[in-house]
Design a binder for this molecule. Sequence first.
Ligand code: SF4
Ligand code: SF4
Length: 152
Amino acid sequence: MILNEIADEFDQCIKCGLCQATCPVCKELLLEKYTPRGKVQLARYYGKGELDLSGHFRDIFAKCLLCGSCSVTCPSGVDLKQIFLEMRREIAEKRGLHPAMEKAVTAVSSKGNISSEDNLERTEWRESLKSIPDHLYEKDKAENGSSCDGHY
Ligand code: SF4
Ligand code: SF4
């Protein structure tokens, strides 16, 4: 388990809480378990064999956007993003993909987009635009996008 190799990172956390100030998830979900600091502690106790990979545990880590903002903010240099990436890998290996991720993978495989919509109908919203804003431009065709609905 790669988590063992990054165990030192857990001990660098001084629990100051600064990381939650820049976490977009914390702005919406005001519970300690969703904060970077809270997730570090969960990963730490999992690494010590004191926590199981329950469905709830998987949900908590699935809500992280992996944006890395917390890693940049942390004054102790804890590589939070790497910890959360390894936890996601560990959870996927032991419990499989989160249902939401499974749904997205199926949608991309079958429809070529994460919203599972018919590609021919995905740009219909443009018909309600009076004009294309000056700072944007129109592409000839949209590419298949699995990562962002901005590809619409
Ligand atoms: S900012 Fe760093 S040291 Fe402070 S609580 Fe978050 S992870 Fe721990
Ligand atoms: S990587 Fe996850 S925990 Fe860190 S700031 Fe982004 S959403 Fe929050």
